[in-house]
Design a protein around this ligand. Structure first.
Ligand SMILES: [Mg+2]
Length: 343
């Protein structure tokens, strides 16, 4: 795959689970939401696996261990081993281990997932700046993380100890709303110290490298719901991606996406793994076609004509918007066109 600017979703004559050897799946908004499996996820993943596709689950959440994530997925009806789960805790632990001697002490501001990942890399988790740490690592600590932990991080960083963060997602969606994520906690320490952490998680290269090293994937397909983590991570890793619309991304955001946020394929949910993908045809002048639709940039807005499935209409609109946007996000009004598709 080249890094030229993507201007339309690609077609695939083969089912995606046959065209790619490994799916690198995001969890929240893709496989489950609020603890429950997303519609069609369990059956689609079982069918993709039966068809020979390796399934791996890639999460920026550093709190839970791979064992805990695998147990949760298995309980939802998706049989998963700990070796099928890759976390940002593992990616940041490898990053630290590459830069520090074996056995180095690392001050942990976070949860059990981080401690397990550090020990796996031969590093020693410690709890206080007084224990002479050689690094500070910060990962999501959950609602019970005491404020005093941030003070420990600041004391060590002020002495020049290098600082690492598993990920910088600002928010975590939960059943009661949007809660602060590890990125918000990282900001607390950044404001207090003026220091900059080295970050491992999606969309940055250490996380993608971790998933490739652990899965051995030769032709991976990143599957995600978020443009600025999952899809940008695939772009940075120069691999193909499938955006599913079961999570945080809506049609308007997809149409306005700058090049690094444009997925290779778009589908409604994980059933997209089991099918091919339709070609988007045409050009800016005559309009872009997919299914029975034609999409064009006209004046200040995107125009959509014809008929067919909502998804094909969205794919045609992607081509019109991404072509008009070029190396930037498309600023044309998509409201009326998306309303025709029920978005
Ligand atoms: Mg997600």
């Amino acid at each position: 795959m080249s890094r030229s600017v993507r201007t339309r979703p690609e077609g695939s004559g083969r089912a995606l689970h046959e065209a790619y050897d490994t799916a690198l799946l995001d969890l929240d908004g893709v496989v489950y939401a609020g603890g429950n499996a997303i519609a069609h996820a369990v059956d689609s993943l079982a069918a993709a696996r039966d068809g020979g596709m390796r399934l791996a689950y890639v999460t920026n959440n550093a709190l839970r261990t791979p064992d805990a994530v695998a147990a949760h997925l298995t309980e939802l009806g998706i049989p998963t081993g700990a070796e099928d789960v890759i976390t940002s805790a593992q990616a940041v632990a490898r990053l630290i281990a590459e830069q520090l001697p074996s056995g180095a002490r690392v001050l942990v501001i976070g949860g059990e997932g981080l401690r397990v990942a550090l020990r796996e890399r031969g590093l020693e988790p410690v709890e206080s700046a007084e224990e002479d740490p050689a690094a500070v690592v910060q990962g999501f600590g959950g609602p019970e993380l005491p404020w005093g932990r941030f003070a420990e991080a600041c004391y060590a960083i002020a002495r020049g100890v290098p600082w690492y963060a598993s990920n910088t997602d600002l928010t975590i969606p939960g059943a009661r709303g949007i809660a602060p994520g590890n990125g918000a906690a990282v900001e607390v320490v950044r404001i207090a110290t003026g220091a900059e952490p080295q970050v491992a998680g999606k969309p940055l290269p250490p996380m993608h490298r971790e998933t490739i090293l652990r899965t051995g994937a030769r032709r991976p397909l990143v599957v995600g719901d978020r443009l600025d983590t999952d899809i940008e991570g695939a772009f940075n890793g120069e691999v193909d991606s499938l955006l599913v619309l079961t999570g945080v991304t809506d049609g308007a955001q997809l149409l306005a996406a700058p090049p690094q946020h444009r997925p290779t394929y778009v589908d409604a949910d994980l059933r997209g793994l089991l099918t091919g993908q339709p070609d988007v045809t045409g050009d800016a002048e005559g309009g872009f076609g997919c299914g029975g639709w034609t999409a064009k940039a006209g004046g200040e807005r995107l125009e959509l004509g014809g008929d067919g499935t909502a998804l094909d209409g969205l794919r045609a609109l992607c081509a019109a918007a991404w072509t008009a946007g070029g190396e930037r996000g498309c600023a044309l009004d998509s409201g009326k066109a998306l309303a025709r598709l029920g978005w």
